[in-house]
Design a protein around this ligand. Structure first.
Ligand code: ATP
Length: 514
């Protein structure tokens, strides 16, 4: 399946099965804003619960907050967002399409890497066992030429970003002969900076309204509450504060479905540590966070780290965890060592001390911070695209199945009476009433059993049970497993034990720690 077709299928699957709808669809939608449907909201809530518990249950020194979206406007001045939360944009004069200049160059670099890898794969096939990759990389003229071009562009790009040199950024695009994917031309405008924050007004204009911002990240709500939480929770360093909430960015290029939205949801954790100990904690959180992703079982090879070329003004180390989306490896989580920048800035702008007295060293200091910042929507997309499969069945039919981790699936159990009569629906209801307190169940009596299985496969339900005439005599049902499609006869009394154990979040949480 071509990458693009695969992605289109996932987008339409999300709509057809009640996961994600375009926002305001009856009014033809609103750019890069989406609504979650009945199955989508369940999956999203399960993702959030998985993250929240991984932070606050598994770490007794991580506690949560829920800060307001509206905050004092000085916060965004102090954090640097008013002056520097910009993306470089560039337009193609022929197609009139707008792009992020940095992403155009990053994609060019990724394509060059792919070309080199292809040359190596071809040669490895040709030479078989005798193939020496190191020697090939060092001597093959085509590889050498590509690599040299890549290295020069990469070095210029890093320098241009670090110096915010927009002219040089444009020159790199020209020199690398990057064309607009729509018009195919190199007729580019200048590169300009564009601030991503949305603003609105608080208070009526008569008494002088104040301009305030919709938060572009949840982190600042944590920083300004650092002392409240530390004091009221009697927290000792090292400790963390976790928060889940909406964030807003006026993204320049908002394509790729829920990957890049203008309103999205973040799960962020700021971990406060002693100055000088931040690199150890940075490494530790990198490992823990990757384990969190891998525990979902989509395949370890689908994840990789990507260290930043350009560090944000506040960071002394930064890594992304990337996931292989249908459109390539893309950032899903950022892990940043933010130094003491934010707390110091808030001290400066608010005039209030943000220090911690460390009884172990008998000294006050401004803590350093490791941040883990992840988008709920991007995890959602990774789960749908990583678990979507089209399978051919023995009877010649195909089925579309979402092989979601059982603990995150929107519906855990489908309860299906074989026919709509003879007391089977009543028996099914009885079972549902017994299980509904612990398991999200869905009752379905419409259409053939095959069609009903297909519907459950499509939303990722890990277990289905069928109630047949025999059930009325022997109190047993047939349980059908989504991934293997195997079926087993089990007593009704054992259902809760079998299913509740398998769909428990505990299974994922334990894997992170193992
Ligand atoms: P990108 O480079 O893709 O714009 P970023 O580096 O600006 O992302 P961060 O500021 O590190 O992203 O935000 C942390 C996380 O929030 C990201 O890893 C991502 O999962 C999520 N996120 C950021 N912007 C968006 C968005 N527009 N839509 C959905 N999720 C987002």
């Amino acid at each position: 399946m071509a990458q693009e077709d695969g992605f289109k299928k996932i987008v339409s699957h999300c709509k057809e099965y009640g996961f994600v709808f375009p926002s305001s669809e009856v009014y033809d939608g609103l750019g890069a804003v989406y609504d979650y449907g009945p199955h989508g909201v369940e999956l999203k809530n399960n993702i959030k619960k998985y993250w929240w518990e991984s932070m606050t249950l598994l770490h007794e020194n991580v506690v949560g907050i829920d800060s307001a979206i509206f905050m004092h406007p000085a916060i965004w001045k102090a954090s640097g967002h008013v002056d520097a939360f910009n993306d470089p944009l560039i337009d193609n004069k022929d197609s009139k399409k707008r792009y992020r200049a940095d992403i155009l160059v990053e994609e060019y670099l990724a394509k060059t890497d792919e070309k080199i890898e292809k040359e190596i794969e071809k040669a490895a096939k040709r030479f078989g066992n005798a193939f020496d990759e190191t020697q090939f990389r060092a001597t093959n003229p085509r590889v050498l030429e590509q690599q040299a071009k890549r290295d020069v562009t990469h070095a210029r790009f890093t320098k241009a970003l670090n110096e915010s040199n927009l002219e040089e950024l444009r020159q790199i695009i020209m020199d690398a002969e990057i064309v607009c994917p729509v018009s195919g031309t190199r007729n580019w405008t200048e590169v300009r900076q564009f601030n991503l924050m949305f603003s609105t007004e608080m208070g009526s204009t008569a008494d002088g309204a104040t301009k305030i911002y919709l938060r572009p990240e949840t982190a600042q709500g944590i920083f300004v509450n650092f002392l409240n939480v530390q004091k009221t929770g009697r927290m000792k360093i090292p400790f963390g504060i976790a928060q889940i909430g909406k964030a807003f960015r006026n993204e320049i290029v908002a394509r790729q479905f829920i990957f890049r939205m203008r309103e999205f949801e973040q799960m962020e954790m700021q971990f406060f540590v002693r100055p000088g100990e931040e690199m150890e904690w940075f490494t530790q959180w990198k490992t823990t966070r990757l384990a969190w992703h891998k525990a979902m079982g989509l395949g370890d090879a689908k994840y990789r780290y990507h260290d930043h070329d350009k560090l944000a003004h506040y960071a002394n180390a930064a890594t992304d965890i990337e996931f292989e989306m249908p459109f390539g490896f893309k950032e899903i989580e950022g892990i940043h060592s933010r130094t003491d920048f934010d707390l110091r800035q808030h001290e400066k702008y608010s005039g209030k001390k943000m220090q911690y007295f460390d009884p172990e060293v008998g000294q006050s200091y401004t803590p350093y911070v490791i941040e883990t910042s992840i988008g709920v929507d991007r995890v959602f997309l990774s789960l749908i695209s990583g678990s979507y499969a089209e399978e051919s069945l023995e009877n010649g039919e195909t089925r579309v199945v979402l092989k979601l981790p059982a603990a995150l699936a929107p519906v855990k159990l489908a309860i299906l009476p074989l026919v709509k009569k003879d007391g089977l629906p009543e028996k099914a209801e009885e079972i549902m009433d017994m299980l509904r307190f612990d398991l999200r169940c869905q009752y379905d009596e419409k259409d053939s059993i095959g069609k009903r299985y297909r519907r459950q496969d499509a939303i990722g339900t890990p277990y289905c049970i069928t109630i047949d005439h025999e059930t009325l005599n022997d109190n047993q049902v047939t349980i059908r497993f989504r991934d293997t499609m195997e079926q087993e006869r089990v007593p009704i009394g054992k259902l809760h034990g079998i299913i509740a154990e398998k769909v428990s979040l505990k299974n994922l949480l334990k894997k992170i720690n193992s």
